[in-house]
Write a protein that binds this ligand. Structure first.
Ligand code: SF4
Length: 453
């Protein structure tokens, strides 16, 4: 018997122990509150929660999920919404005075493709499935945008009671530790093996609860650091725990034959960490690409302060979101330019932008400051400039270009990166306007703003 697999007897004890623990210890989460509800709505709720939970912590997701469900409680209402409203909700913005102020501390859920995919899923289900959530695993994977094997497994097991497995970070951690899988997670053979383990253990009688109990164990007990093994309901079946207890020498780690591809290698052991924490073997981090962009914020007084914003194209990283004018550069390029050359470069690039039909005469741009934002794969530095647009300059608003007042900027679908940019530039722009002149200094501006909050 391969020690990395569960025996039939172990599977049955594992299911029983884990489900009994889950029935008592599961956290009360809003997306778990679905008893006596139509399966179509349960599937929708699981889909929304699972997509929100990708890359985002449970504690953060709760508020977004509840806000989302208030606005779009079912597939039909979501399909009829506007993409702009959906992106706003994803960005943590809603027209509600309490939420408006909390916006300043909320960074949004990020990874906006998840929101767009939810929207596309709702439209597809309404148009092609007559509003009925498809219940076959393969259909979900092949037809629903943004739905992969993991999400389809969660929806089919939780909403439709089908014995399909799931494998997310929490489940990988629990299974790797229980079966001492110490091979590289980047290898297909490792993930294939973990999927096969997840398939072996899923409980046919309560697949949804079982899958959630696995995730719950990984999230609350079998945590990446300092797992609470003494509180673990499956401790007796956990090979990593037993290995940690019994081990006399790190040379004993490779317990299978020397050429077992799943065992952790002795050379991988770091004696400063507990043994269980070595599973799963960490993926080597891919370094984020460094990028630099110039931002130009064009403002005008009508007499209200307004800012020019452009809707990002579909192919763009932040497609569908509103943004200030952005010009890409590189570190080398930046280093070669002095301040005056940078300004000339920005003006020339703006004049050539195809999105702007009628360009205001830009000739006096000022540096506001810099900020940095980390995207999943990009470490981005923004160098922010601003300039005033004269009343006589004509800029015709269109679907892809609009003037927004300050409140509209704060409550529109803009990315977290652009919120940071705006917050750097706004105090300086205010100082340039009549509002700013009255107050005199940036410090005074902030004093006044803070006293309002
Ligand atoms: Fe995780 Fe510890 Fe439980 Fe093993 S005994 S599954 S390492 S919490």
């Amino acid at each position: 018997m391969n020690r990395h697999r569960f025996s039939t007897e172990e599977i049955s004890i594992f299911r029983r122990s884990l489900l009994a623990w889950y029935d008592i210890h599961k956290r009360k989460l809003p997306w778990r509150d679905w008893h006596d509800i139509d399966t179509n709505i349960v599937a929708y709720r699981v889909l929304v929660s699972e997509l929100m939970l990708q890359q985002t912590q449970v504690a953060t997701v709760i508020r977004y999920y509840e806000t989302w469900m208030k606005q779009w409680p079912n597939i039909k209402s979501l399909a009829e919404a506007s993409e702009d409203d959906i992106l706003k909700c994803w960005a943590g913005i809603i027209i509600d005075s309490i939420f408006y102020w909390s916006y300043f501390f909320h960074l949004g859920l990020g990874y906006y493709n998840r929101a767009r995919n939810l929207y596309k899923c709702a439209q597809l289900i309404i148009n092609e499935y007559n509003g009925e959530f498809p219940n076959e695993l393969e259909t979900m994977i092949n037809r629903l945008p943004g739905v992969g094997r993991y999400t389809a497994g969660a929806v089919s097991s939780i909403a439709f009671n089908q014995a399909n497995p799931i494998l997310d970070g929490n489940v990988i951690r629990v299974l790797s530790r229980m079966r001492c899988i110490g091979s590289d997670l980047k290898k297909k053979s490792t993930t294939d093996f973990l999927w096969s383990l997840a398939t072996d253990v899923v409980c046919p009688e309560r697949p949804g609860d079982f899958n959630q109990s696995l995730m719950e164990l990984g999230a609350t007990v079998c945590t990446p650091q300092k797992p609470k093994c003494n509180e673990c309901p499956v401790q007796n079946q956990c090979l990593a725990y037993q290995q940690q207890k019994e081990i006399e020498s790190i040379l004993d780690i490779e317990q299978c034959s020397a050429n077992c591809s799943f065992c952790l290698k002795s050379s991988d052991v770091d004696t400063n960490r507990s043994l269980v924490e070595h599973y799963p073997r960490k993926k080597s981090k891919t370094k984020q690409r460094e990028e630099t962009s110039f931002i130009l914020i064009i403002y005008r007084l009508t007499p209200k302060l307004e800012f020019l914003m452009i809707k990002q194209k579909q192919s763009n990283l932040l497609s569908g979101l509103w943004s200030f004018l952005e010009i890409s550069s590189s570190k080398n390029h930046l280093d070669q330019m002095n301040e005056q050359k940078r300004k000339t470069y920005i003006i020339e690039e703006i004049q050539q932008m195809p999105t702007i039909d009628t360009i205001p005469s830009i000739n006096n741009i000022k540096l506001a400051g810099q900020c940095r934002h980390l995207f999943s794969h990009i470490d981005k530095q923004y160098i922010i400039y601003y300039t005033h647009c004269e009343q006589n300059d004509v800029l015709i608003p269109s679907t892809s270009m609009q003037w927004f007042n300050e409140e509209q900027v704060q409550t529109s679908a803009i990315s977290t990166a652009m919120k940071k940019v705006f917050n750097v530039a706004l105090p300086q722009i205010k100082l340039k306007t009549s509002n700013g002149k009255k107050n005199g200094t940036i410090d005074n501006y902030f004093k006044k703003k803070n006293s309002k909050v």
